[in-house]
Ligand binder design. Sequence first.
Ligand code: ATP
Length: 403
Amino acid sequence: QIGRCGDELGVKVFVVGGFVRDLLLDLPNLDLDIVVEGDGIAFAEHYARQHQCRVRAHQKFGTAVIVLPDEFKVDVASTRVEFYLEPAALPTVENASIKLDLYRRDFTINTLAISLNGERFGEIHDFFGGLRDLRQKAIRVLHNLSFVEDPTRVFRAVRFEQRLEFHIGKQTEHLIRSAVRMGFLERLGGPRLLSELQHILEEEHPYPAIERLSQLDLLKFLHPSLDLPVDCEDLFDRATRSLNWFDLLYTEESCQRWLVYLLCLVTRLDDDAMQGLCDRLSIPGRYRSLLADERHRAHGVLKGMRRRWRQARRKPRNSDLYVWFEGFSIETLLYLMARIETEDVRRWVSLYVTRLRDEKSWIDGEDLKKMGIPPGPQYKEILRRVLLARLDGKATTREEEIA
Ligand code: ATP
């Protein structure tokens, strides 16, 4: 249908990039990237009129997103060359043909295009050796200035290498090491750096990419004192198990996997360094309190739990668990589970997540009023104490709570 729409408008249409790469590797990929030799926005609008779907257009970049009825999205771009005014700057757009369009891409394996028009449907275009590199399982840039133009590609190279189980080509690795030595990555803005790190930490198994970042001396761009912790692989492994365990609870609550892994990665950083890392990555406010105050408190709780285990070797009261973990986000709780090596102690956190966290006292403010207690801020504290007593089995009915 996309090809037919191109035929009607007399423009060539291609599917490009990650979709083609994954198609040839027989991997699932639902992100369809279309490039139109001509006006991509006009193409998207024509397609949308015919198929009753919505379009979001970005005039400035000549791009559009077609939103199909089932919310499946197709990205449409106009052929263009992006030239960079200075390293790490945003690209400026200019019309050009498909080959020039593909030349601006990051790696050869992402430069493959497939024609969608009539008789040429299915024809593969390989201008830069993408097919060879897919066969050789190699990540290669298209030219020597690639990482200078856009240093985020360094992180993308590592991500693709580890995800696809490819290797970064020799010359490409040499260029990465030069970019690192020459400090090009320092010019990268915080939000872009964060976005790349987030992508890596959202991979199914992020540890190998983190190890590779360390090997290429890239972690220092997140924070100068950031090293791979000695037992980092085990920590990431336990984080994966905690995350999978949480998934299996099928709660409605969403959990940001990348935050749990980020907490693991920075586990040895002190509070000041953590602040520095948040600044460097321009971490948005909503995550800052989790990564700073909450993490600080979690480390205190962790110490307390370890001490308790050493001294008593038995489960604390439910009310203690409640008080320790109260107010922690699910990401911090799963990080805590990852930090704990002892199965019995880890169960203290899982008990809180599955049972204690959502408990509320049976009685409420109305009951307190009926008891003649004047309304005020003390209500919250009274109800909390009632709940803590109940969690320890001191009340098993509403009446007992009242008593
Ligand atoms: P993923 O499966 O992670 O989404 P993808 O290849 O689809 O992988 P995207 O980040 O969605 O990656 O990017 C889509 C395409 O845009 C890529 O195939 C790549 O060719 C191009 N691209 C993305 N970022 C860059 C960049 N920094 N420099 C050059 N090309 C890029």
